[in-house]
Design a protein around this ligand. Structure first.
Ligand code: ADP
Ligand code: GN1
Ligand code: MG
Length: 349
């Protein structure tokens, strides 16, 4: 596989890398630099060619606008996507001086992350969106995710292990439905769709964000989910798969910092309805993520990588606890957002 790349003869070693839930990622170390080689998960990304086409277009555009982004490395035939025995591979330059984090308590980092996510959208505001393909239809259609979950519960023995969680989800049906209706009035933009903490490269020395990586889900979508998904991971004091749910609590300082960074960058482009739905979006995407983990648990782990049999169930419980925490003090978070928006309005941004 590696033979087809120009750096092949310089390879010193390579090994599995990172903690992504989807692709198989390898770090390749050579005497002429480091590379990230990935086997694309074709169960998740069925339209692999379109995924690479989207990434190619978006990265070229970001570069043209002077932003930092992933750099695709072509193989010896000039190809960006390589098919070897029914597996699809692609390669990126390793982003030197950077790292991704699984969890952090440093609110300054999250301010930088908020800015980076906002910047991503901002840089792509005038991108010719029609050129982008929908690579995963209904990726953030929470209602469809809900329906899929409930289509699986009849005659499924595993339901006994998660009936409280299923009940929790069912109690949110109306909220999901109403939110999906509101989304119809929200502008469609070029969005990342997977803005969790470890999809953002951070400069190890300055702690500033370098750029968003994992561009596989770049598609037309709602900016609200890019904000919401970043919030989902950032504010959780525990990791996404922490079993001790007492540890799943919200770091309010981080909620403030990330929101501030994000809003500073996006304020000029945000519509009123987007401003109104910010917090609800974070709640909905956390619920959606829990629904997806629970669905995968009931389907016997066909989508997300797992380390042990109940891994997806643990992740789902964790996300639902986070939703409960968000709901418990909803007013506080809404007020934080309002105060940031007010500050920006007064500044005349
Ligand atoms: P997945 O879709 O499986 O989440 P990612 O594209 O997010 O795959 O890659 C997994 C991990 O590999 C990232 O979280 C990051 O730590 C690392 N990684 C990916 N691309 C790069 C890159 N160009 N430079 C440095 N690290 C990278
Ligand atoms: C997956 O690929 P990764 O690990 O960055 C998933 C996201 C989920 C996330 C939950 C393509 O992200 O949608 O929110 O796991 N990516 C895809 O941790 O489904
Ligand atoms: Mg990732």
């Amino acid at each position: 596989m590696l033979k087809g790349y120009p750096f092949y003869k310089y390879i010193v070693n390579y090994h599995p890398f990172g903690n992504g839930h989807i692709n198989k990622t390898y770090l390749v170390e050579t005497t002429i630099g480091k590379y990230i080689l990935q086997q694309i998960n074709t169960n998740v990304f069925k339209k692999t060619k379109y995924v690479m086409q989207n990434i190619d277009l978006v990265t070229k555009y970001i570069k043209m606008r002077g932003g930092k982004t992933l750099e695709i490395v072509k193989d010896n035939h000039g190809k960006k996507l390589k098919k070897v025995e029914n597996c699809y591979w692609r390669c990126y330059k390793y982003i030197e001086g950077g790292e991704t984090l699984e969890i952090s308590t440093d609110d300054k980092i999250f301010y930088e992350i908020g800015k980076a996510i906002g910047d991503f959208s901002f840089l792509l505001t005038d991108f010719p969106i029609k050129k982008l393909k929908i690579t995963i239809p209904n990726f953030h259609n929470t209602l469809k995710r809900y329906e899929k979950l409930f289509s699986l519960i009849n005659n499924n023995a595993k339901v006994n292990n998660c009936f409280l969680e299923i009940r929790f989800v069912s109690e949110h049906k109306l909220l999901i439905k109403e939110y999906m209706n509101k989304l119809n009035s929200v502008p469609i933009r070029v969005t990342h769709n997977d803005t969790k903490l470890n999809n953002i490269m951070i400069n190890s020395n300055t702690c500033q964000a370098i750029c968003l990586i994992d561009l596989d889900t770049v598609m037309p979508g709602s900016l609200l989910f890019d904000y919401g998904d970043a919030i989902r991971v950032a504010i959780n004091k525990a990791k996404e798969d922490e079993k001790d749910l007492r540890k799943v609590k919200i770091n309010k300082k981080i909620f403030y910092s990330l929101s501030k960074g994000f809003l500073e960058k996006t304020y000029p482009i945000l519509t009123d309805i987007e401003k109104e739905l910010l917090f609800e979006s974070a709640k909905i995407i956390t619920l959606e993520c829990g629904i997806r983990f629970l669905t995968d648990y009931l389907e016997n782990d066909v989508y997300f990588k797992t380390d042990y049999p109940n891994h997806n169930l643990i992740r789902a419980k964790n996300q639902f606890k986070l939703v409960k925490e968000m709901e418990r003090e909803e007013n506080i978070y809404q007020n934080i957002i309002k105060s940031i928006l007010k500050q920006l309005e007064n500044k005349g941004v």
